[in-house]
Write a protein that binds this ligand. Structure first.
Ligand SMILES: [Zn+2]
Ligand SMILES: [Zn+2]
Length: 304
């Protein structure tokens, strides 16, 4: 987590956010602080283990074949380390007052380490997104209530990212420049996760026609086609559109009429300041509420 970048980008939103989005950003900032500290520790351990880094030709072969790096080069996670970071994240969430007190108390009474020991941590090392899906059943068997499961899965996702991101970033850093961009994968080339958001950026020539996808599970960003649905691959312009929402001049919902899915998109190409995938994701969190298919016809516009 690049907290310096996050703070610079967050400061540029001063005075531009609704009170609700501002308090969401404040809570996220506190969580990112915890993730950053946990990541720094994971990074120190990883440097001691540098001999285990995958060879460049193996990573290039994975990219060519469309295999996420982690599927061939697991990033293992220690149950205690994960439980510790999730405990810290949970205490931030509880103290924020954003969730019901009794729900927070119930979550804090759980034995998170035991819960994590019951889950398939080997799966987390090769496919974090699948792991997070699989731990839902573990929590249900444990008798945890649905509203707590949603929060806990979110915190586990953050905890995993904190511990795995240094090794994931090291694999990307080992690649030749732009190598991650050339194949235009619709899933994260590093962890295999689905992209959480898209970013419309300037392209390499400085023109406003580039598009990137971002994975919040490992923090990776890579190039993708400007006109193509990341969910189904549809490239028909008349079946792709976007919806803008009042109060969000820099963000929109890009949708596809073929598969019915959408992706929240940050339009940063006209900005002269940097962007952060974490800050953009957080400030447009509420756009999901506007993504309903039934609302699309009225403001149909073509993607460009
Ligand atoms: Zn990823
Ligand atoms: Zn689609």
């Amino acid at each position: 987590m690049d907290l310096a970048l996050i703070d610079r980008v967050a400061a540029a939103y001063d005075g531009k956010l609704s009170p609700q989005d501002r308090s969401c950003l404040n809570l996220c900032r506190a969580l990112w602080g915890v993730m950053s500290r946990a990541g720094a520790q994971a990074s120190t351990l990883m440097q001691r283990d540098a001999a285990q880094a995958p060879a460049l030709d193996e990573l290039m072969a994975d990219l060519e074949e469309g295999l996420p790096f982690m599927s061939n080069h697991p990033i293992s996670v220690d149950a205690t380390a994960l439980a510790d970071v999730v405990e810290l994240l949970l205490s931030v969430v509880s103290d924020s007052g954003a969730y019901d007190k009794s729900v927070c108390q119930a979550m804090r009474a759980l034995n998170l380490r035991q819960l994590i020991m019951l889950s398939d941590l080997d799966l987390a090392s090769v496919d974090p997104e699948q792991y997070l899906n699989s731990i839902v059943a573990v929590m249900q068997n444990y008798g945890i209530d649905g509203s707590q499961i949603t929060i806990l899965v979110g915190l586990l996702s953050m905890g995993l990212r904190a511990l795995q991101e240094p090794a994931a970033a090291a694999m990307v850093a080992a690649l030749p420049q732009d190598a991650l961009d050339e194949h235009r994968h619709d899933h994260c080339p590093v962890c295999g996760g689905r992209p959480a958001l898209a970013i419309l950026t300037r392209n390499k020539e400085g023109q406003g026609s580039g598009r990137k996808l971002a994975c919040l599970q490992c923090g990776s960003i890579w190039d993708f086609d400007r006109i193509r649905c990341p969910h189904c691959g549809n490239k028909q312009v008349d079946k792709l559109g976007y919806r803008t929402v009042k109060g969000y001049p820099d963000h929109r919902i890009d949708y596809c009429d073929v598969c019915g899915n959408y992706i929240r998109t940050a339009v940063v190409e006209t900005r002269n300041s940097p962007y952060s995938i974490d800050v953009e994701d957080c400030v447009m969190a509420s756009l999901d509420a506007y993504a309903d298919e039934s609302q699309r016809e009225e403001d149909r516009s073509t993607t460009a």
